[in-house]
Design a binder for this molecule. Structure first.
Ligand SMILES: Nc1ncnc2c1ncn2[C@@H]1O[C@H](COP(=O)(O)OP(=O)(O)O)[C@@H](O)[C@H]1O
Ligand SMILES: [Mg+2]
Length: 341
């Protein structure tokens, strides 16, 4: 699959490592979240004062908004270690057994994409969460024995982009819930300035604002842009990120003023132009664009819906008045009536 600069998911392991070293290390260092993180902050402080582990927490929301960063910050503040795994990587109960028994008091186990954990592994994790023990069966038939292994007071942090797919019993075993939200431009602006400082890139305020405006509400995208803009400034300019440099670099990358890239625009054009404004089904669009349906649903539609460039109805996807304006297209007669604002 072609890599998009506006993809809010990690680009590569290398990229994750790069980000990791520059992540905010405490909850208070996380920009723009002091209000939202207050319940989590209080739960964490209370647990620390009682010298107990934090209760199990579920972080949910779109990719790139800080779930992994929050988990690391919690472990840091607890003075504990964080072990990271993911739902699809935990294929056998044995894998999880090894991880769980290696955890010490107050250590954090982060399971990313926890909604994709196999059923057998999920059932194995219930007693680990509830009673902090695991059970496994040795031998077979008449000699079969269940052995119980006690675990230390660890905290499970589940992260998911699809909270709706979590089974009820799993969800019920969490006691702290935090939903990550898209960021406001002023907070993304502060994130650009913070990252620029860490990367030691000189940047103008107007350039930071431009990068923030095109970042789709997502800090990971902000950081992706900044790296590419920095390269552009170095090669085409004197290293300083000015508004002119930022604009040219982002235009070159195919990111427009609203933060849309070529795939977003092709998607909108297909609905607005090819299918006369819709409604058109997602399967049809995927076939028309020769793209994977999951990619369209997970990383194209959410942002377009959020900024009012797309409307989703029971009959299918529809263009909005704003989609035509954004694409610079005339609204066809057939789509005039009933067009979403
Ligand atoms: N509040 C924030 N302040 C500063 N940087 C942030 C903030 N939230 C996220 N980031 C940055 O955005 C990037 C993506 O965050 P991450 O925690 O990996 O998102 P997720 O796990 O939700 O996909 C990281 O590089 C992180 O440093
Ligand atoms: Mg993550």
């Amino acid at each position: 699959m072609r890599q998009r600069i506006v993809d809010p998911r990690p680009l590569s392991d290398e990229d994750e490592r790069f980000n990791l070293t520059r992540r905010p290390r405490t909850l208070d260092e996380m920009i723009g979240l002091s209000h939202q993180l207050e319940p989590l902050r209080i739960a964490l402080t209370a647990a620390m004062e009682r010298d107990e582990p934090l209760e199990h927490a579920l972080l949910d929301g779109p990719p790139g908004l800080g779930k992994t960063t929050i988990a690391h910050a919690i472990a840091n503040e607890m003075g504990a270690k964080l072990v990271q795994s993911s739902g699809p990587a935990l294929t056998k109960t044995g894998d999880l057994m090894g991880i769980l028994t290696s955890l010490g008091n107050r250590d954090v186990l982060l399971i990313d994409e926890i909604h994709r954990m196999p059923v057998a592994v999920e059932e194995f994790i219930y007693p680990a969460m509830e009673e902090r023990k695991v059970q496994f069966v040795v031998d077979r038939g008449a000699f079969a024995k269940t052995i119980e292994v006690p675990l230390k007071g660890f905290t499970l942090i589940g992260a998911t982009t699809k909270a709706g797919l979590l089974s009820k019993p799993l969800r019920e075993r969490f006691s702290i819930f935090h939903h990550v939200e898209f960021y406001k431009p002023e907070h993304l602006n502060a994130i650009v300035l913070r990252s620029a400082k860490l990367l030691e890139v000189p940047i103008d305020d107007a350039a930071a604002a431009e990068i923030a405006r095109r970042s789709r509400g997502t800090p990971r995208i902000t950081n992706n842009y900044l790296k590419r803009v920095r390269d552009f400034a170095q090669v085409k300019g004197d290293g300083r990120v000015t508004l002119d440099v930022a604009t040219k670099a982002l235009d070159m990358l195919g990111v427009d003023k609203a933060g849309l890239d070529e795939l977003d625009r092709r998607f909108l054009r297909a609905i607005a132009d090819f299918y006369d404004g819709g409604p058109v089904g997602i399967e049809t669009l995927a076939a028309t664009l020769n793209e994977d349906r999951g990619t369209l649903e997970d990383v194209v539609e959410p942002y377009l819906l959020r900024i009012g460039l797309l409307n989703r109805t029971s009959k299918g996807r529809c263009a909005t008045r704003r989609s035509y304006e954004h694409l610079g297209l005339e609204i066809p007669q057939s789509a005039q009536r009933g067009l979403f604002v």
